[in-house]
Every structure is written in structure tokens, then in C-alpha cells.
Write a protein that binds this ligand. Structure first.
Ligand SMILES: O=C(O)CCC(=O)C(=O)O
Length: 308
């Protein structure tokens, strides 16, 4: 697929298999399981247009802008709400901090007429349609059986709003096993210790709905480079080069890449586990606002978990 710069997907060469579809077409047909196609690698990503219509989008966007500053959690690109599951990372208070943040989020989504409830229900419907042969679930943590967050709102703030090059698989244990021995105290828990037993760590997908695009920047750049345990970074924020298995620098400027810029109301799902990618710096006065997370499969491939 090649494309010009006015499209959602743009670049000189579109070297991965990406497609765009309307939400009505997805809802109207159960013949294609798009999520399964990503797992089977006959597709690398897809953009579903118009998952929220203009009125719904306005309602949701206006609402998320009222989320109090003190409830938003800082992350390198700006703020996130609620905290990400990965904040349970074996440091003191991580488990409590995560579930405190989730409590406030759950209250908001359980309020029937809350725009956040509309958004979470629509994302659930979205996965039941795009992954229609799977049993679609949000994971419960095995420590106290509470649901983790299905998605999070990400505010990419102009000035700091970029996400350095990464791929989902490099952030988690590559083996589909848990840490051993089990953590003795709450403070030792890492999020992957309390994932359900049938949760397969690999492969992982990324997804997000755009709620607001910035005036400039904020596009997702995907690189012609796939995860390999031996490809590393010298420090997490390095946004210039990776290090190949022989210790040589792989400069991003020398890699083939293309850009994806979904419109507000669209959802992008892609193989963000294996594909190295980054979010470009947000410019102008408007923050980039997305609502997203990850998708993993069950070990027997009968179900998918979506989570943040
Ligand atoms: O745009 C977002 O919300 C984050 C995209 C991303 O880099 C990811 O999901 O891995």
C-alpha cells in the first residue's frame, strides 16, 4: 500500500500491511476477525473510522478535559488517567497507588450517563466486533480479583508530548511464565506477577482511539524494525538510536518508516508489541488526547484481554 501525506497513513513506502475500514462495515459483518489476522500476521494494523460519531466525540472529549489535574498521573509525554497497570512495578506503594487511581475511574464509568461509561462500553463493543471469534475480557488481577483498567486516557502535552521509540515486547518478560518465587509482600508485586494464569505475554497488540489531535505533530511513526530480545536501548529515553545484537547503533533516521495519524473518533489497533514505534512531538496549543491500552491473547487462543 502507498499513500499520500493527506491520508491517515502516509509515507514513501507502506511496508507493513495496514488497512482502513468504517465502523459500520465492521459491525455489519462477522466474517473477518481483524484481531486474529494481527495474531496470524496476515495484517499488521488497522484503523477503524468513526467508532464515535461527532456528537459522541464532543461529549467524551469535553468530559475528559474536566478530569481534575490532581487525578492525572505524570508520564514522560504528559499525563495519564487512571494510572497504568505497569505502575505496579515492585516499588513501595505501587499496588495501592494503582488501585486508588482505579477506584476513582471505576466510579466514573459506573455512572450510567457518564461519557466515560459510553466510551468504555463502545470500546468493549469494538473488541467484540473486531475480535469476534474470541471471548473478549478485561483481566482481573489474581491478588484480589479486581478488574484492572481496560484503557487509559493519555494527554500528550505540547512541549513534552512525545513517546520515545519503544515496542511493547521489550517492556515485559518475553517468556509466558510468571516470576518465581511469588512476591512475599504487596510492595514486591510486579504487574506481570498478578496477571491471570491463562494470559499470554506475547504477542501483544497496542490500541488507541484519538479523542483530539494536536495542530501539528503527534503522529505515530512505525519503523521497519521488529522486536528481537537482543535489540536494546542504552537508556529508555534515547530517541535517536537502538543498539543491534552486535553492539552497533541503529539510527532511526536511517530506518524506513511511515506515519499514522488517525482522526478523532477513529481507533487504531496494531502490532505494537513487535513493531518498534514512537509518537512524534506534539506542537501547537492543543494536547493530543488518546484513549488506549494493549491486547493480549489467552494461552489457548480462545480469548483476548484488553487492558492498560
Ligand atoms: O498514542 C498512544 O496513546 C500510545 C501509542 C503507543 O505508543 C503504544 O500504545 O504503544
Amino acid at each position: 500500500m502507498t499513500s499520500n501525506n493527506n491520508s491517515t497513513i502516509s509515507g514513501e513506502s507502506i511496508f507493513f500491511k495496514f488497512m482502513e475500514i468504517g465502523y459500520d462495515a465492521v459491525r455489519g459483518s462477522k466474517e473477518i476477525d481483524y484481531i486474529k489476522r494481527l495474531k496470524e500476521k496476515s495484517l499488521d494494523g488497522f484503523v477503524v473510522k468513526g467508532v464515535l460519531n461527532t456528537d459522541e466525540l464532543k461529549l467524551v472529549k469535553d468530559y475528559v478535559e474536566t478530569i481534575p489535574e490532581e487525578e492525572r498521573i505524570g508520564f514522560p509525554a504528559g499525563k495519564i488517567y487512571p494510572a497504568m497497570f505497569s505502575t505496579i512495578n515492585g516499588t513501595k506503594g505501587g499496588f495501592k497507588k494503582y488501585f486508588d487511581s482505579l477506584d476513582s475511574y471505576n466510579k466514573k464509568i459506573q455512572t450510567a450517563d457518564s461519557p466515560l461509561s459510553l466510551l468504555t462500553q463502545r470500546m468493549d463493543e469494538f473488541f467484540k466486533n473486531t475480535g469476534n471469534s474470541y471471548n473478549v475480557r478485561v483481566p482481573r488481577n489474581t491478588r484480589d480479583n479486581n478488574l484492572v483498567a481496560a484503557s487509559s486516557v493519555r494527554f500528550f502535552v505540547p512541549g513534552t508530548g512525545n513517546l520515545h521509540v519503544h515496542c511493547g515486547h521489550s517492556h515485559q518478560p518475553s517468556k509466558n511464565t510468571k516470576q518465581s518465587p511469588p512476591p512475599a509482600t504487596e510492595d514486591e508485586i510486579r504487574f506481570y506477577d498478578i496477571l491471570p494464569d491463562d494470559f499470554a505475554n506475547l504477542p501483544q497488540l497496542s490500541y488507541f482511539m484519538v479523542l483530539q489531535n494536536p495542530e501539528e505533530g503527534g503522529e505515530l511513526t512505525v519503523y521497519d524494525l521488529l522486536w528481537d530480545e537482543r535489540i536494546t536501548k542504552d537508556y529508555p529515553e534515547n530517541n535517536e538510536f537502538l543498539i543491534d545484537p552486535n553492539g552497533n547503533r541503529l539510527y532511526l533516521k536511517d530506518l524506513k518508516s511511515f506515519a499514522i495519524r488517525p482522526m478523532p473518533g477513529d481507533v487504531l489497533v496494531f502490532s505494537g508489541g513487535p513493531i518498534w514505534h514512537r509518537v512524534e512531538e506534539v506542537k501547537g496549543s492543543l494536547p493530543r488526547i488518546t484513549f488506549g491500552g494493549f491486547v493480549n491473547f489467552t494461552k489457548d487462543d480462545s480469548g483476548i484481554y484488553y487492558w492498560s
